[in-house]
Design a protein around this ligand. Sequence first.
Ligand code: ADP
Ligand code: MG
Length: 384
Amino acid sequence: MEIKQKFIQIYGREPQVFSAPGRVNLIGEHTDYNDGFVLPMAIERRTWIAAARREDRVVRCISTSFDSQIEFELSEDLKPEADWANHLRGIVACLLRDEYTLCGADILIDSDIPLGAGLSSSAALEVATGYTLLKLAGQPVDLVDLALAAQRAEQEFTGTQCGIMDQYIACLGVRGHALMIDCRTLEYRAVPIDSDSIVPGPRVVICNTMVRHDLTDGEYNRRRAECEEGVRRLSSHLPGIQALRDVEIEDFDHFAGSLPETIRRRCNHVITENARTLEAVNALSLGDMKLFGQLMYASHKSLSLDYEVSCPELDLMVGTASRIKGVYGARMTGGGFGGCTVNLVERDQVDNFVAEISKRYKAETGITPESYVTTASNGVRVEH
Ligand code: ADP
Ligand code: MG
């Protein structure tokens, strides 16, 4: 394994190797922090960590994606710094606060998840690091606890008030399955996606617009605040609601007129997206990919018009996909403002789809996009 050899070259001793996947969300966008439903799957692209224990309390990290080597000491009081390693500091601090015992480590990170493209390289890194350090210290790993610690790490050390989806799927992904997660109860159900009973079988193709508009973190936190305001205002009509998850579409339609325009549209997205996600899980269970695809398009439209987290490149990528043969559905995936779309494509049309979408997107934008064809993979694991 290449990363092992590289580790030996750098650190002069044998490492253990662990990995965690990136993810793509099939449907249920911006619902996780509203106590709602999401349907992500782990992808084949992963972040690998080769690591060996140290006898002191130093964590030394090198990443093939960055030039600088970073060192810090294990401490509950670590703070974010102006470099690439805050996800590592964050998970260390959060695990220590959870009273896990950790030991120092030499770490080498490699990844084929594109960074900052909405496929959650950040959660893969947090989860892979946490798992690595727990294993090196001989600690038991509870995957749900690890996901929760990684979520807190991301919130506190990057300033994004993220929901639980990314860290959860990086921990709990199941090969051949998407995971329907109830972000309130944290219950989850694996739904087969590579099943032979689905005819013609779908493939997930991720298309990277190769753009990222700089709004991401600020707008993300603003959307959260807008949803909270929606709950506050709606609760005067619907006492007892805790989150938009608790609002039925019929009730919302009845009281929506009392909300300011922007808040109304944000709430409309979340409430209808929760309903679409539940319907999509049913469609997938029944192998009804046509319906699933229609729900993806409806999700995109809602994200673009009501939630306003799309951008011209994402809209173009989805619109273009909808005109290519063999496409069940397409939508933006992840936080938005750039990054990737997720496309469900008939298996035997995948090659044609990839060629066509690349050609047409490039003709319109001048940008050469990347496409990643993937099956559903496993969550964090030891590599042998
Ligand atoms: P996304 O999660 O969509 O890929 P983020 O902005 O949330 O985008 O996370 C990207 C950041 O995560 C990088 O800027 C870097 O700080 C960190 N990161 C992710 N993967 C790696 C890696 N392999 N090596 C070093 N840092 C990484
Ligand atoms: Mg991220």
